[in-house]
Write a protein that binds this ligand. Structure first.
Ligand code: NAD
Length: 501
């Protein structure tokens, strides 16, 4: 096996960033950070507790109430956001190396993430400059207009899959709209988040506007969710965690955006372009190591093409290159952490009792260590199977046959999740009717997940609450105050006035 790649100048100590300074936890506590290829500790990270969150929120609050950021003209903020995007692009290679080292994502896919992160900042820079709000006129009597305002300190809590990109997704709109933030990145992957501080400082973001506290979800994350001076929480992660946060945020009635888990169907009708569908459904579940919220992890195939599809799909899955995440030839790398590896490996074993194993089924040959799982395909999986119902979040896919559109729809919607859906057909009516009846926040027709940043992003059912993306993100991170102006005479009933004679 190739020698384990270690990026240059790898930090061995990852700290918080509060009010423009790198700091340790007040308690001095730390946690270990492993890389997924050697599963050894390469760094320790500051383990934030309530007192660290208190300091970060106080800094963010001061920057919001007394600092320049919320008061700057959109164009001034946009210039800084564009400088941030330039800096991300300039560091693309370094960023991708760190991300790949920390997460185990294949390097070619990590590169795309950095560019997408930069794009998020450019997009919201453009949007706030172009943004205008409604004014409503009642001729001769009233004008009403919307005064849009940033809300305050936004708490941003993010997962470990594509960490830097997902952080950018929240940071860009939260900052663009003039809020200040406290970011709590995932504890499995704190490395790339530590780059934000310097990027922001160099771009001219005032101190205190961006604060970062590392730590465990139950400690640092929990304290952020419960903090009374944090009116907004944007969370991406597991559905069970989302429910806990929802309960904990209720006490202070916080604004919540929840991007949660998924178990998305990819439905292949007999009239589909089969080659394109196979390319896309392979990429849709095995890219990003299958650690992808929108993964098309349940493939439903019309019975007339079922055997042909299964055979071709499995043959391709067996050919997927699994290996060192830093090797540009690698298509599936190492799963993020031994705990997650153990979870996915358990599902693979469960799958062997629930479906017909067509490819994979455990650790690939030649990779005796590291969190590697061969792309695993189970056919003939019934809807009551656990591997059909539960989010595995790894390179594991189920294939199930259907007889007609009604059965396909029932199977597709037979899950508590509702994040994405993928439909493959060349029949225009079927494509639209079927898509519109899917219980999914997002549907892709004859494509895998390619997203225009203006479109709404989010799930229904247990996959989330609220939609972000484009103007919806602007709405989430701002208050729309209505200001009403009377133009004519005010016709007010005269309470307490002497009765007319
Ligand atoms: P997770 O829920 O375990 O953790 C996410 C974040 O929440 C981490 O930063 C964690 O520290 C924090 N956290 C945990 N407990 C907390 C608590 N009690 N209070 C506050 N914060 C807490 O999720 P994960 O394992 O990191 O990520 C994988 C999950 O994320 C999958 O379910 C995946 O589908 C989902 N995901 C969803 C989307 C989407 O847009 N819908 C995108 C990416 C990932």
């Amino acid at each position: 096996m190739a020698e384990h790649y270690i990026p240059d100048d790898l930090p061995t100590r990852i700290r918080h960033y509060i009010d423009g300074e790198f700091v340790d936890s007040v308690s001095g506590r730390t946690f270990d950070v492993l890389d997924p290829v050697s599963n050894t500790t390469y760094a320790t990270a500051a383990a934030g507790q309530k007192e660290d969150i208190d300091l970060a929120v106080a800094a963010a609050r001061k920057a919001f109430t007394a600092g320049p950021w919320p008061r700057m003209k959109p164009r001034e903020r946009a210039r800084i956001l564009n400088r941030i995007a330039d800096a991300i692009e300039a560091q693309e290679t370094r960023l991708a190396q760190l991300e790949t080292f920390d997460t185990g994502l294949p390097i070619t896919q990590a590169k795309g993430q950095a560019l997408r992160a930069a794009e998020n900042f450019r997009f919201f820079a453009d949007l706030i400059v172009a943004q205008f709000d409604d004014a409503m006129k009642v001729p001769g009597s009233q004008i009403n207009y919307v005064n849009r305002k940033p809300i305050g300190v936004a708490g941003l809590i993010t997962p470990w899959n594509t960490p830097f990109m997902l952080e950018s997704w929240k940071l860009a709109p939260a900052l663009a709209t003039g809020n200040t933030v406290v970011l709590k990145p995932a504890e499995f992957t704190p490395l790339s988040a530590s780059l934000w501080a310097q990027i922001f400082k160099d771009a001219g973001l005032p101190d205190g506007v961006f604060n970062l506290v590392n730590g465990l979800g139950e400690e640092a994350g929990d304290a952020l969710v419960k903090h009374p001076d944090v009116p907004l929480i944007s969370f991406t992660g597991e559905t069970t965690t989302g429910k806990t946060i929802f309960r904990n945020a209720a006490e202070n009635l916080k604004g919540l955006s929840m991007e949660l888990g998924g178990k998305s169907p990819a439905v292949i009708f007999a009239d589909a372009d089969l080659d394109a569908a196979i390319d896309s459904t392979l990429f849709g579940v095995f890219s990003l190591n299958g650690e992808r919220c929108t993964a098309g992890s349940r493939i439903l195939v019309h019975q007339d093409i079922y055997e042909e599809f299964c055979n071709e799909y499995a043959a391709r899955a067996k050919n997927i290159v699994v290996g060192d995440p830093h090797d540009p030839k690698t298509e599936v790398g190492a799963l993020v952490h031994p705990e997650h590896y153990a979870k996915v490996a358990r599902y693979v074993e469960i799958g062997k009792t629930e479906g017909r194993l067509l490819a994979g089924g455990g650790r690939p040959e030649g990779l005796p260590t590291g969190n590697y799982i061969a792309p695993t395909v189970f056919a003939d999986v019934m809807p009551d199977a656990r591997i059909f119902q539960e989010e595995i979040f790894g390179p594991v896919v189920t294939i199930t046959p259907f007889a007609d559109d009604a059965e396909a729809l029932a199977l597709a919607n037979n899950t508590r999740y509702g994040l994405a859906g993928y439909v493959w057909t060349n029949d225009l009516n079927r494509a639209h009717n079927f898509s519109q009846n899917l219980e999914a926040g997002m549907v892709w027709l004859n494509s895998h997940n390619v997203r225009d940043l203006r479109t709404p992003f989010g799930g229904v059912k247990s996959s989330g609450l609220g939609h972000e993306g484009g103007y919806r993100s602007i709405d989430f991170y701002t208050d729309q105050q209505a200001v009403h102006i009377t133009l004519g005479t005010v016709h007010t009933p005269k309470f307490g006035a002497p009765a007319a004679q």
